[in-house]
Design a protein around this ligand. Structure first.
Ligand SMILES: NC(=O)c1ccc[n+]([C@@H]2O[C@H](COP(=O)([O-])OP(=O)(O)OC[C@H]3O[C@@H](n4cnc5c(N)ncnc54)[C@H](OP(=O)(O)O)[C@@H]3O)[C@@H](O)[C@H]2O)c1
Length: 241
């Protein structure tokens, strides 16, 4: 299988690239940090790579070239995302999160959708988060944009079905994962290792799962959250220290 991983320079995306490469798939990787792309490509048998910033309009042009280098694409795996707590509601942080997790997400996912329509088949998998389940006070734009991803993927699944396209979708929703994104001053409970999360993702994608919440503890947590009415939810103090 030919797999493009957008956001493979660290964390979950890097571990996904390692697993797929070890399984014998043809992998192409992308992200902004060029020195990491060089190093990871080296590690993974000189796999094709491209420096892509998904917030830039030329991102899809560079992705097209990367797909050509790979010899085609069967799975587009969108991992790129940013997220920080924003308790003081810094508008710049809110806007850059929306730009990456919603606007740029839409740019790349619609590109992959059209590519697979043309090709006649394909699989789009994207990492959203359990944070999309509820509006989270300490991370407003993060939780809102992840909800956007959930809804967008659901909508495209319906659209592909309506139009008779053979495109599959997987919405990946991890709980807390020990990556650069969560490094810093806050402590997060039930932290998972990126290697084990990536393993679960690979298995879930191969089974064709539509929604994949990782792991069982976070599935339980999300199920409980969903039972809480909005009128009560907005009065809760949900934070990590
Ligand atoms: N860590 C968690 O607890 C957690 C939980 C749920 C969901 N997630 C989601 O999982 C995904 C991966 O995060 P991670 O935890 O593995 O953190 P990470 O190590 O910070 O990885 C983020 C990846 O996104 C890429 N990226 C960010 N902005 C980009 C841009 N403008 N253009 C292209 N690539 C960009 C980064 O590459 P460059 O910096 O090289 O561009 C990097 O490869 C994110 O979507 C995140 O929201 C994480």
């Amino acid at each position: 299988m030919n797999i493009v991983i957008m956001g493979a320079t660290s964390g979950i995306g890097l571990e996904l690239a390692r697993i797929y490469h070890a399984q014998g798939h043809s992998v192409a990787i992308a992200g902004r940090r060029i020195e990491r792309l060089h190093r990871i490509s080296n590690e993974l048998g000189n796999c094709p790579f491209s420096q892509i910033d998904i917030t830039q309009e030329d991102a899809t042009f560079h992705l097209t070239t990367l797909i050509e280098c790979l010899g085609g694409m069967d799975l587009y795996l969108h991992v790129s995302g940013i997220g920080k707590q924003n308790r003081c509601l810094d508008p710049q942080l809110e806007l850059s999160t929306v730009e990456t997790n919603a606007l740029a997400f839409t740019r790349m996912i619609t590109f992959a959708y059209h590519y697979f329509v043309q090709q006649g088949h394909g699989h789009i998998a994207a990492i959203s988060s359990i944070a999309g389940t509820k509006g989270i006070g300490v991370a407003p734009s993060y939780s809102a944009t992840k909800r956007f991803c959930n809804t967008y993927l659901e909508a495209l699944t319906q659209l592909a079905h309506m139009q008779g396209h053979n495109i599959r979708f997987t919405d990946i929703r991890p709980g807390f994962v020990d990556t650069d994104m969560l490094s810093g001053e806050f402590h997060y409970p039930m932290m998972m290792k990126p290697e084990s999360v990536a393993n679960t993702i690979v298995k879930g994608i191969s089974k064709g799962k539509r929604v994949l919440t990782i792991d069982w503890r976070f599935r339980l947590l999300v199920a409980l959250w969903r039972l809480i009415p909005s009128s009560l939810w907005v009065k809760l103090k949900i934070s990590s220290r």
